[in-house]
Design a protein around this ligand. Structure first.
Ligand code: BG6
Length: 305
C-alpha cells in the first residue's frame, strides 16, 4: 500500500493555479484544487475531501482540531468515504467501522480543468489489503467536481463473477456556527431509524432541530434537497443527491464527544453531519459487471442581511 510520487503527480496532472499536489498532514499526498468559484483539498489517503471553500465564504466542511492523520486510522472531518459497509460490519465486529475505503491509499486517475470547473478522479481497486477484508473484485472511483458547487460522485463497479452487496456513505461533516441555531429542512414526513435507541419512527415532523445527541438514518427521503440552515453564519447549505435512498444526520453532542479521542470535547456545536448514503436496510445488490453511483452536489448560499 503506497502512494504515487508527488513530483510525478505534479508533472502529470498539475496545472498552474488550478491543480497542485503537496504533502499534507501525516505525509499523505493532497490534491489542491482551485475552481472558478471556490477551492478544495482532497487527500489520496481515503479519497478524502478535507476542505471546501466557496469564494468569499467561510469554509463549509468541519475538520476536528484533534483529527489524526495516520495510516489505518480514519480522519475526523471533511468527507470520509464509508464503503463497502456503513457503520459496523454486518457480521464481523472486528472489521473497521464504516468499511475500509477511508483507510486505504487511492490513486489519482485524472485531473482536468476548464473555465467552468476543476474535476479530478481518484480510484481504488481490489488488492491484497482489500481482499483481506472483503473478498470481491471491484473498481471504485471518486470524482470531485468544483464549479459553483462541490460535487462528489462515488461509483462502484462490480468486477467480480458474482453479485455483491454493499452499504455506503459520503459522510459529509459540515461546519456550522452553533448547532443550537441550525436546522435541517427537506426531511419532513420521512421515516427514520433512531440509531441511538434502535427505534423506527413513523415520520419526521417539520425541520430537524438539535437538542442532544442525534444519530438517525432517514429512509427514502426522495428527490427533495436537504437544506441546512445555519442562522449563526447566515448561510444555507443545499445538498442534492442521487443514487442514495438514505440520509444520515449525526451530531455526537457532549458525552460522545468526550469519548472520541480524535474530537475536541467542545467541538460538537460547530459540526453537523448530513450524509448521502445507502444504509441500514437500504442494502445495494450489484450484479457482476454492473455499476452504481452515489453522488451529491453541495451549494453554500449566503443569506442577504
Ligand atoms: C455516523 C454514524 O455516520 O458516523 C455514527 O451514524 C458514528 O453512529 C459516526 O458515530 C462516526 O463514526 P466514526 O467511525 O467515524 O467514528
Amino acid at each position: 500500500m503506497s502512494f504515487p510520487d508527488l513530483a510525478m503527480l505534479n508533472k502529470r496532472f498539475g496545472a498552474t493555479g488550478r491543480i497542485a499536489f503537496r504533502a499534507g498532514a501525516g505525509g499523505f499526498p493532497v490534491a489542491v484544487l482551485v475552481g472558478p468559484q471556490g477551492s478544495c483539498e482532497v487527500s489520496l489517503y481515503g479519497g478524502h475531501v478535507l476542505c471546501y471553500r466557496p469564494q468569499g465564504q467561510a469554509p463549509v466542511l468541519f475538520m476536528s482540531r484533534r483529527a489524526v492523520f495516520e495510516m489505518g486510522k480514519p480522519i475526523r472531518g471533511g468527507i470520509p468515504v464509508c464503503w463497502p459497509w456503513f457503520g459496523a460490519h454486518p457480521q464481523d465486529k472486528a472489521q473497521p467501522l464504516h468499511g475500509f475505503a477511508r483507510l486505504m491509499p487511492w490513486n489519482l486517475l485524472s485531473a482536468e480543468y476548464s473555465a467552468q470547473m476543476t474535476d479530478i478522479k481518484l480510484g481504488l481497486c481490489d488488492n491484497d489489503a482489500t481482499r483481506a477484508r472483503w473478498p470481491h473484485a471491484f473498481d471504485l472511483t471518486l470524482r470531485i467536481i468544483l464549479d459553483a458547487t462541490l460535487r462528489v460522485e462515488l461509483t462502484t463497479r462490480n468486477r467480480d463473477k458474482v453479485p455483491f452487496t454493499l452499504t455506503e456513505a459520503l459522510h459529509t461533516y459540515l461546519r456550522v456556527r452553533d448547532i443550537a441555531h441550525v436546522s435541517v429542512a427537506g426531511l419532513d414526513g420521512v421515516r427514520y431509524l433512531d440509531t441511538l435507541t434502535g427505534q423506527e419512527h413513523a415520520a419526521q415532523k417539520g425541520a430537524v432541530h438539535f437538542h442532544g445527541e442525534t444519530d438517525r438514518i432517514y429512509h427514502d427521503p426522495g428527490a427533495d434537497p436537504c437544506t441546512v440552515n445555519d442562522e449563526g453564519l447566515g448561510r444555507q447549505v443545499v445538498i442534492t443527491k442521487r443514487g442514495s435512498r438514505s440520509t444520515v444526520v449525526w451530531n455526537p453532542w457532549i458525552d460522545k464527544a468526550r469519548r472520541m479521542p480524535d474530537f475536541g470535547d467542545d467541538e460538537y456545536p460547530q459540526m453537523l453531519c448530513v450524509e448521502t448514503a445507502n444504509a441500514a436496510q437500504d442494502v445495494l445488490t450489484l450484479p457482476a459487471g454492473e455499476e452504481h453511483t452515489l453522488a451529491f452536489a453541495l451549494r453554500a448560499e449566503l443569506r442577504m442581511p
